[in-house]
Design a binder for this molecule. Structure first.
Ligand SMILES: Cc1cc2nc3c(=O)[nH]c(=O)nc-3n(C[C@H](O)[C@H](O)[C@H](O)COP(=O)(O)OP(=O)(O)OC[C@H]3O[C@@H](n4cnc5c(N)ncnc54)[C@H](O)[C@@H]3O)c2cc1C
Length: 401
């Protein structure tokens, strides 16, 4: 059995864990940093299964962590991509209002974008919208020219390189199974029996973050519930239907942005994601069901409170999961030329959504502490965009332990 000693142990080699490791090494050159990850490589969960959008920060409540860290994080992400020669395309985004009923929400997004200091956002009428996206239709739109696309999987791989180059260590297939803290150190034990000891630990475990926090002695509130986001893609011959990103006006009371069209850095155009509560935290396939995950979801009082409020939305998400016709119908409202047969299967991601005991879908980023440890309890979208700024915030919290 190997037991090693480190200054900082980071759990999770998603974009947040890797960004934290890089930040800690940048602050304290030569310190002993270990990243442990249950999978065989970096970015295997949310950070490698997402829309790949560097958000500009238009949606988020002014003053929230999301608002501040998205704007700052996007700027840092562009710098990183330039330094490390990672492809980024600033293709811009339209948020399209279809009727009068959606105009107040569009106005609110414009107000938030201005309050958050997002540069270049403009209001467009129906003609202006068509100048940017000739195949789209709508009553009005907001255009955010600084929204971009990137492959966050590539970003994770570069961050892992940076961590290694700065002297950090990464161990894969190392799944933390138990946590024990004293007043001066924290000991992690892997399912394999290996152990590692640190002066402090930072848990960035995404879909499993609540379980690890509870293992370390934290309150079980909020619990993580897995929301699967399924995507389809446009047939190659139909990719010319869109030039940039096209989004609907989202429901402001939900933390999801609605089914959108997203060109990808490899040339594919994605349609999605849906948002379906599923029976496994790694429920990339609908058929994957894990009894422990199902039990965690159904025994959580917040689940039933959420369902009582959102059952209609849940039914429409079930329709989206059932087939491409519902997806095509959702997108045809703002892209009338789209037909069901233009859509091909793509992939799915699973969101780690924190759900409070009272049934509230936790919107903002949440950090908490246990003895010798910091836990990232909620890091949904735009956390990939915000990763480098969020990592600085997490490192500040870890420095105060
Ligand atoms: C469908 C979808 C679309 C999205 N689109 C966007 C977007 O366009 N733009 C954007 O900014 N954000 C987007 N997001 C959000 C973004 O992907 C996430 O916020 C971000 O990737 C979270 O990173 P993370 O490091 O916290 O989590 P993850 O990438 O999930 O990493 C957590 C890691 O912890 C590891 N781990 C868990 N338990 C253990 C354990 N016991 N021991 C060791 N390791 C463990 C996991 O294996 C995993 O690798 C999207 C998310 C989804 C799901």
């Amino acid at each position: 059995m190997a037991r090693d000693s480190y200054d900082t142990i980071i759990v999770g080699a998603g974009i947040i864990g890797l960004a934290v490791a890089r930040e800690v090494l940048a602050r304290r050159a030569g310190s002993r940093v270990l990243v442990v990850e249950r999978e065989g490589g970096p970015g295997r969960h949310q950070s490698g299964h997402n829309s790949g959008v560097i958000h500009a920060g238009v949606y988020y409540t002014p003053g929230s962590l999301k608002a501040r860290l998205c704007v700052e994080g996007a700027a840092r992400m562009y710098d990183l991509c330039e330094q490390r020669e990672i492809d980024v395309h600033r293709i811009g985004k339209l948020i399209v209002a279809l009727d009068d009923g959606e105009l107040p929400a569009l106005e609110e997004i414009e107000r938030r974008a201005n309050a958050n200091g997002v540069a270049g956002v403009r209001r467009l009428d129906a003609d202006g919208l068509r100048e940017i996206e000739p195949q789209a239709t709508g009553l009005a739109a907001l255009h955010s020219p600084n929204t971009a696309i990137v492959d966050f999987g590539v970003v994770c791989a570069r961050l892992a390189d940076d961590v290694r180059e700065a002297g950090g260590e990464l161990r894969f297939t190392w799944e933390v199974a138990s946590v024990q803290a004293t007043t001066t150190s924290i000991r992690l034990r892997a399912a394999s029996g290996d152990e590692a000891q640190g002066a402090r630990a930072v848990f960035c475990a995404g879909l499993w973050s609540d379980r690890l926090a509870v293992l370390a002695g934290a309150d079980p509130d909020p619990r993580i519930v897995p929301f699967r986001g399924g995507y389809l893609r446009l047939a190659p011959a139909r990719r010319e239907l869109v030039r940039g990103l096209i989004y609907p006006v989202p429901d402001p009371s939900l933390p999801f942005l609605g089914v959108h069209l997203t060109p990808r850095i490899d040339g594919e155009v994605l349609l999605g994601p849906s948002a379906l509560l599923v029976g496994a935290r790694d429920g990339y396939r609908l058929s994957t069901l894990r009894p422990a995950d199902i039990l965690d979801t159904v025994t959580w009082p917040g689940t039933w409170r959420m369902m009582a409020r959102w059952w209609r939305t849940a039914i429409s998400e079930l329709r989206l999961a059932a087939g491409r016709d519902a997806f095509a119908a959702a997108a045809r409202r703002y892209l009338p030329g789209l037909r069901s047969e233009d859509l091909l299967p793509a992939f799915a991601g699973v969101r780690a959504q924190a759900l409070a005991r009272d049934g509230r879908l936790v919107d903002d980023f949440v950090l908490s502490a246990t003895p010798r440890a910091i836990h990232v309890r909620n890091a949904p979208s735009p956390a990939a965009t915000a990763a480098l700024a969020l990592a600085a915030r997490i490192a500040d919290a870890a420095d105060e332990l």
